[in-house]
Design a binder for this molecule. Structure first.
Ligand code: ADP
Ligand code: MG
Length: 716
């Protein structure tokens, strides 16, 4: 017999063949289990009625109590729609139906009290509600209290589906005699240890909350469960992988490293840089393949850490590669690393899409013969015809610009996988990083080189242009350089945004005494390089650009960053852009220009920029506001999370506890790994032993949740 949860949804009371098809195509609900795990996305207090006179533009769905005054049909054929005039004692609004006009025309009686549930929208001066849920008002029945709201796609809504209908179907599920078959999915030991709500009670409260408190506990329980198994899964594979994949043993610290460190290094390393170098060295000398994420704010000095890591490789006779996401960044790295490397006799080369055929051939040969010690480049490095004599280390800068597949190709360039150091300036909390990036170890540079002055940041509206221009003039007179960034390359009549091409003309007009250059993503690489060179050399004093300059570009003499239509950029992006200044000048400025009438939350977002220059705080705020869907890297991690209720960005605390729980279980039960070997590595830390029954449960859950196995070599 099929289990209760696997029963076809068409057998549920109130469903049948036709509805089953719709539920399947619109909501992916095919079984009882699918429906049970389709959770409301929010909750409303149904004892609360809103007045039409209280409506505002930003409201979610609300309840109104009132009466229809009359109905009119407008339009013809497909464009036909029904409008009901609805009055609640405070104001009138229009209720609109775009389909099933004939049905709705006679469905409700004028003069009878109804409760409408829907999202108010404003058209000209009139409030409207399209396809609301309508139910007769019964003064003798008290309001239900807290109620879940489900996502109902438009197509279903037009066919008369509502949150109420879905909730009735779920009710039928709970009234089914076989609901008792739904068994607990977490081990008793875990439920105990973390005082979690049992599954059945949690499911009940998620759909039909008894009160806000129990709803909260129910949601916590369901989130914990998802994150616990996710962590267990990730840990299991990373421990497995750590055991299977061996790396080059780079044990020696030799002449290159020592000579450079004692004679050539241009500054004292910060404490954080030294600590991270120790962590890297520990990885590379053990024979374990390093797979490390280096997080550090813009300007924290990741490049030097990468270079000194390359010296460790060179001391052991290995080549290194560093891959950057843009041509500009690759050439900058090349200039820097060539100077550092050549001082101690290392041969450094640059390979990008721009490299001419002849030079390219020579570089290919140099890499194969071992004549080249360090190669700097872009995606061009991952082409198949780039072969190494002995690649020991790959550094990937600004990791979120690279896809998983591209990184994996770098791996395959040597029989033994090279050590991998991934660098990012978009830091995220540690447990989250380990989750999102699979089995990366995480190092953090949490200290800036001494003497950095925070960039002064202001939010300015269009009416302050004169003032901004005066500041630019003053800095130009002092010999400084200026960036002006635009959201668009070309003007677009549909968007009220500034473009870099318009900007170029305007800026040339405003500052006729200095040379202005321009860079954007639609330029030919050679042209881009030429323009960039003008700015880097200082012959051009103002650079107008799109966000191509967001990453890495280093011109210490630049002291002003103006960002036009700043409201169009994400916080992390703004932080990256701001990181282009404050690299040398005594005092630098970042000016966020926006229209005057930006919305409240946009203003709040931008004001975070004016309040802090700490990239960790900014990326945390960014994540909370945008949600993890947009988070850099989630789409690239290669791990299908399939989270229904937990949110990696905002449930950080539950994520941490779930991680601890998963670690404790795995510490006590290394047999959960696929290849439990003798001499199993010991992981220090807490242990949580499970009963044989619980262990069986965990195995089953892992199998059903993550039936697809991942090729972890694909994830670097
Ligand atoms: P990011 O981490 O953003 O890649 P960079 O590696 O480009 O930062 O470093 C930013 C600047 O700081 C560079 O000019 C670099 O030479 C300088 N720098 C790096 N480490 C130190 C240090 N310990 N002391 C002083 N300056 C440093
Ligand atoms: Mg950098």
């Amino acid at each position: 017999m099929l289990s209760f949860l696997d029963t076809d949804i068409k057998y549920l009371k109130g469903v049948g063949d036709k509805r089953a098809q719709l539920l399947d195509s619109e909501l992916d609900i095919r079984t009882f289990g699918d429906l049970l795990y389709t959770f409301p996305y929010r909750y409303v207090d149904t004892s609360r009625f809103y007045k039409i006179s209280e409506f505002s533009g930003e409201m979610p769905s609300v309840q109104v109590l009132g009466r229809f005054v009359g109905f009119t049909v407008e339009g013809e054929g497909l464009r036909q729609r029904l409008k009901g005039s609805f009055y609640d004692g405070s104001r009138f609004m229009e209720v609109v139906w775009f389909s099933k006009v004939n049905f709705f025309k006679t469905a409700y009686q004028p003069g009878v009290a109804y409760i409408l549930f829907g999202k108010p929208t404003q058209f000209r001066d009139i409030w409207q509600m399209a396809h609301p849920e309508v139910s007769a008002y019964d003064a003798t029945r008290p309001p239900e209290g807290f109620r879940g709201v489900y996502t109902i796609p438009d197509k279903l809504r037009k066919k008369g589906y509502s949150t109420r209908l879905l909730s009735d179907l779920v009710k039928n599920l709970f009234n089914n005699a076989r609901i008792g078959e739904v068994g607990e999915t977490l081990p008793a030991e875990i439920i105990d240890k973390y005082s979690l709500m049992p599954l059945r009670e949690a499911l009940g409260n998620i759909h039909f909350p008894q009160n806000p408190d129990r709803l909260q506990k129910a949601r916590e329980r369901m989130k914990f469960e998802e994150l616990f198994y996710l962590q267990l899964h990730i840990l299991r594979y990373s421990r497995e992988r750590g055991r299977r994949i061996r790396g080059h043993v780079l044990a020696k610290i030799g002449d290159y490293f020592n000579t450079y460190y004692s004679r050539h290094i241009p500054f004292e390393l910060t404490g954080a840089q030294k600590r991270v170098l120790r962590e890297i060295r520990n990885d590379m000398r053990t024979g374990r393949q390093m797979n490390r994420l280096l997080q550090g704010d813009v300007g924290s000095g990741k490049t030097m850490v990468a270079f000194m890591t390359m010296l460790m490789a060179a001391d052991n006779g290995f080549q290194s590669a560093i891959m950057a996401p843009t041509e500009i960044l690759a050439s900058q790295h090349f200039e820097t690393i060539r100077v550092w490397g050549e001082a101690i006799g290392l041969r450094v080369a640059l390979l990008t899409g721009n490299t001419r055929a002849k030079a390219r051939r020579e570089i290919h040969e140099g890499l194969q013969s071992g004549d080249i010690d360090i190669i700097v480049g872009t995606h061009a490095l991952i082409e198949d015809n780039v072969q190494f004599r002995n690649l020991g280390l790959t550094v990937i800068d600004e990791q979120h610009r690279f896809g998983v597949a591209q990184r994996a190709k770098m791996w395959k360039k040597s029989a033994v996988a090279p050590h991998v150091l991934v660098m990012t300036a978009t830091p995220i909390p540690r447990t989250l990083a380990m989750t999102v990036y699979g089995d990366l170890d995480v190092s953090v540079i949490d200290e800036l080189p001494p003497g950095r002055k925070p960039v002064q940041t202001w939010l300015k509206f269009d009416n302050a242009r004169m003032e901004v221009n005066r500041l630019i003039n003053r800095e130009l007179k002092a010999g400084r350089q200026v960036y002006i960034v635009y959201p668009l390359v070309k003007e677009n009549p549909k968007l009220e945004l500034k473009s870099v091409e318009q900007g170029l003309e305007r800026v040339r007009g405003l500052f006729p005494d200095v040379k202005v250059c321009m860079v954007h993503g639609q330029m030919k690489p050679a042209e881009k390089d030429y323009q960039m060179e003008q700015f880097v050399s200082g012959s051009a004093r103002i650079l107008v650009a799109t966000t191509v300059i967001e990453v890495g570009v280093n011109v210490p003499n630049a002291s002003v960053m103006v960002i036009e239509n700043a409201e169009r950029f994400g916080l992390s992006q703004l932080h990256q852009l701001r990181g282009r200044v404050g690299r040398g000048a005594d005092c630098s400025y970042c000016i966020l220009m926006t229209r005057h009438n930006i919305a409240g939350d946009t203003r709040k977002r931008l004001s975070i920029m004016t309040e802090t220059t700490d990239g960790f705080l900014i990326s945390e705020a960014d994540m909370k506001m945008r949600g993890p869907g947009d988070m850099e890297g989630t789409q690239q991690s290669g791990i299908a999370f399939n989270l229904r209720i937990a949110n990696l960005a905002s449930d950080g605390q539950i994520l941490n506890v779930a991680r601890q729980g998963a670690e404790a279980v795995l510490n006590a039960h290394p047999e959960l790994l696929e290849t439990p070997a003798h001499g199993v590595e010991q992981y220090p830390g807490e242990e949580l032993a499970l009963s044989p029954e619980s262990l069986g449960l965990v195995r089953t859950e892992l199998r059903t949740r993550f039936s697809k196995t991942y090729d972890w070599s694909q994830i670097s």
